[in-house]
Design a protein around this ligand. Sequence first.
Ligand code: NCD
Length: 372
Amino acid sequence: MYFFKRAFNLENIFWGANQETKTFVKKEFNEFLSGGESQIRDLCLREDGMPRHILSSTHFNKKFLDYIYTLTKSLKLFHRGNPKYVSNLCSDYSVLNYFQQSSSRTFLSFSMAQSLLGVRKEEVRSIETSSFTKGESDIDSLRTISSYFDAIVCRHPSSYYHLFAGWVMSCSEREIPIINAGCGIKEHPTQALLDYFTIKESFSGRVNGLTVGFVGDCLRGRTVHSLAKLLSLFDNITLVFISPSELSIDNDTLTYIRENSPSTKIVIKRDGIEPNVSNLDVVYMTRIQDEWGKKGVYPEEFCFKKRLLDKFSPDGILMHPMPKREEMDPALDFIKGDKRLVYWRQQRNGMWVRAALFAYLFNRGNQLENLN
Ligand code: NCD
């Protein structure tokens, strides 16, 4: 049998089964990319500067972030008061959850967010059940999906897939929003939105002036990259990247922040959590992303031990995008009533923020305004 195997590496987009298609599509996409960041922004942003696709946290501005924050709050309140109304809000819309890389909470929270709003949804979670095995190119798969649905939520191992999908939409006559649910190692913008919501809510609406420590795999953690860039929109932010040298924050993120937000203070630390924890408002833990290749044994100093809570500010918060592993002391989960341990609430916030995002993308936000 003629069977198309996809080796899951970073740049792996399936351009087409025959050489001519491959070369042609790849050349067109490269031409688009060579237009640089301004071309990508034009693709992603509406005329009013608000995003039409959710591809990268670099396309967010404060107006959009404020809007999503307020909308999420309204949605939660309104759902409490009148869940039936909320469950019809987007019932005339449909979404495909197109996950070509493993996921639990991102997939489930997207799916539940859609259920909350009455969105009709389908899922593809494995390329083995799709026409890829018949040699269909990614461009044709995306255009096929856009024939039936009103938005695509995609997760993919390639760090370029979300841009590719956005570009494919802009070439078609039925352009629907693309939502990047984690593509490759660079970006996870909806995680950044829910992290931002969790931070802002925990600090009573304040983000300016915070010192945020990212711990663990700062090199390949897409949640780290997206959130760090988002936070650099705010005033007097200090970002402390705490990791062993081989997992140090990547240059793309550093360059982006230095160029776009000179007032953001960047600190790089290799000495573990303990010497730094008392200076942090937020500790953002991450696991080793070893699906991208092993990077040695994870050192103890970068694990959050229960005893570190004694040194941590009483007003600080401990976050984690999950899944968590050896970097989090299991004893933390058996502490009750410590309001600094927000990572389970953070996870639940993902559902509400993603629901607010669909209300925004499907232009139903105005039906939830002025409700709080
Ligand atoms: C993260 C991811 O997939 O990037 N998880 C998530 O979406 N909440 C983080 C991780 O896998 O470690």
